[in-house]
Design a protein around this ligand. Structure first.
Ligand SMILES: O=C(O)CCC(=O)C(=O)O
Length: 165
């Protein structure tokens, strides 16, 4: 498997090697893409706003529990919208998807409450993107953990791309 882990610096650019890793493995991990201050700002908006109460819903995990979800289509002017529209996110996504113009499909805030929260069921995103009218898998997801995210508390597990064609 091609190396797929990188660390963000101010001069970070998607090189041919990074693009190749994304194409080969189906993902890349960019550590420290957001600094502590940026993560704290995101966390504050997500935790201190009433968005979860107003717009949130539970996604059943098939085991009697639910993950908490808020989904929106249009990036606003708050920190979450600025993150989606930031150069480092847009330029990175654009290069990984081949350099053409990109658009924001949706953003979501996923909450897995300690002890009571459910898991997010194992899936391939393209399954529902296709059902929503995206006929080609020319999309990608950026996952930004705002809490420590490891195997003890429901981190995201990614599978390498198994297709060779
Ligand atoms: O947060 C997770 O565990 C997974 C989220 C995810 O896969 C999705 O939003 O499509």
């Amino acid at each position: 498997m091609t190396e797929s882990e990188y660390t963000y610096t101010d001069s970070f650019k998607v090189t041919d090697n990074i693009k190749q890793a994304f194409d080969d493995n189906g993902y890349i991990m960019i550590r420290k893409m957001f600094d502590e201050e940026e993560i704290c700002q995101m966390k504050k908006v997500l935790e201190d706003s009433d968005m979860a109460q107003k717009y949130g819903y539970g996604l059943p995990d098939g085991q009697g529990k639910q993950a908490g979800l808020v989904i929106w289509s249009h990036p606003g002017d708050d920190v979450t919208g600025i993150v989606s529209r930031s150069e480092k996110v847009v330029d990175t996504c654009q290069e990984l998807l081949g350099g053409g113009e990109i658009y924001h499909y949706h953003a979501k805030f996923v909450r897995k409450d300690a002890y009571t929260g459910g898991s997010f069921l194992w899936h391939q995103d393209y399954g529902y993107w296709y059902k929503n009218g995206n006929l080609f898998p020319d999309l990608l997801t950026i996952f930004i953990p705002v809490d420590i995210s490891d195997q003890t508390n429901g981190c995201l597990q990614v599978m390498e791309n198994v297709y060779t064609c």
